[in-house]
Design a protein around this ligand. Structure first.
Ligand code: SF4
Ligand code: FES
Length: 334
């Protein structure tokens, strides 16, 4: 007997291990039917259940009890049952609710994308693009905060925070000191470092990578460039603290920033140490593997492949030259 559980999401069946959440079952199918997730992060234990962007409709509870669930549920926190049927993009009710969630997240979040370093790779920006309304109904003052430096390399712009708790989980689970958390309740909640104590352990920079918006930014990269003018390249180095597997973001020949490698869902494969992130900004520090695969629809992908005038970093590296040729041919065919 198979120990797998069968679940159908938007009419597509999939067999998954018991204990799998609806969100992760959807990720096993992939594509448009995967609910968006602003707070869940598979690498962080206990994450999820905060933002409600992943709401879905369970139209059939299970084979044994086929009654639908009375309310929309958070797919990142609900495990599948055998025979369960779930609706995401096929449910107008879910799409309407998601619109409401986006409106709620944008109540306080400023629309300062033109000056925000996260623009172009911000999950809230993508979510608002897909599910947002053109205008807000909110008439009260938005909450605002002064910017806070968390150590000398990270800046917290609390005004942009959506309280997803991911950075708190990083501080808790990846680092060995707990100096970072959420203070107060409701509208007064804010990320704090009890208070302004620097998070100065070797892995603190990962809070930048997990933040889905521009609330936590890399001070060594702030205002240096728009992400779509940079060229992401996979590279590695021998590191005694982390895997040393990173993405280098080039402008011309200069490495403007170093981040962990992210997957389709914007989650890093391996958390990297602060030395790799902040201190190795020369090409000679790295072994270059090739260009990062970015979704074709992403703005980060624009204008990268050109055989006549390839970007300077491509001209100097054989691996990148070969990859550029392949990608250029693909781009021309599309
Ligand atoms: S600072 Fe970023 S990662 Fe931390 S809770 Fe706010 S939005 Fe989430
Ligand atoms: S991703 Fe499920 S509640 Fe945030």
């Amino acid at each position: 007997m198979s120990d797998k559980i069968k679940v159908t999401i938007d009419g597509i069946p999939v067999e998954v291990a018991p204990g799998t959440t609806i969100l992760n079952a959807a990720r096993q199918i992939g594509g448009d039917i995967v609910p968006p997730a602003m707070c869940y992060y598979s690498k962080l234990e206990g994450s999820g259940g905060k933002c409600r962007t992943c709401l879905v409709k369970v139209s059939k509870g299970s084979e044994k009890d086929p009654r639908p669930m009375p309310k929309l549920i958070a797919s990142c926190r609900t495990t599948v049952m055998d025979g369960m049927e779930v609706q995401n993009i096929t449910s107008p009710e879910v799409l309407e609710a998601r619109k409401g969630v986006v409106e709620m997240l944008l109540i306080n979040h400023p629309l300062d994308c033109p000056v925000c370093d996260q623009a172009g790779e911000c999950h809230l920006q993508d979510l608002a693009f897909d599910h947002g309304s053109q205008a807000t109904r909110y008439e009260f003052d938005r909450r605002t905060f002064d910017k806070i430096d968390i150590g000398d390399k990270i800046q917290l712009h609390m005004t942009r925070c959506i309280l997803c708790y991911r950075c708190v989980f990083v501080a808790d689970q990846i680092t060995n000191t707990r100096l970072h958390g959420i203070l107060n309740r409701g509208d007064h909640s804010e990320i704090s470092t009890y208070i302004s104590k620097a998070v100065d352990n070797d892995f603190s920079g990962n809070v930048i990578d997990v933040c889905p918006v521009g609330a936590l930014t890399d001070k060594t990269f702030r205002f240096k460039n728009r992400v779509w003018f940079t060229k992401p390249v996979e590279a590695h180095c021998e590191c005694d603290k982390c895997s040393g597997k990173v993405t280098l973001w080039y402008k011309g020949d200069e490495v403007l920033r170093v981040t962990g490698r992210k997957d389709t869902y914007g989650e890093v494969a391996d958390f990297i140490c602060n030395t790799c992130r902040f201190d190795k900004k020369a090409t000679s520090d790295w072994v270059i593997e090739g260009p990062t695969k970015v979704a074709r629809t992403s703005v980060i992908n624009s204008n990268h492949y050109d055989t006549l005038q390839p970007l300077p970093v491509i001209k100097k590296n054989l691996v990148l030259m070969a990859a550029n040729k392949v990608e250029f041919e693909k781009a021309v065919k599309h």
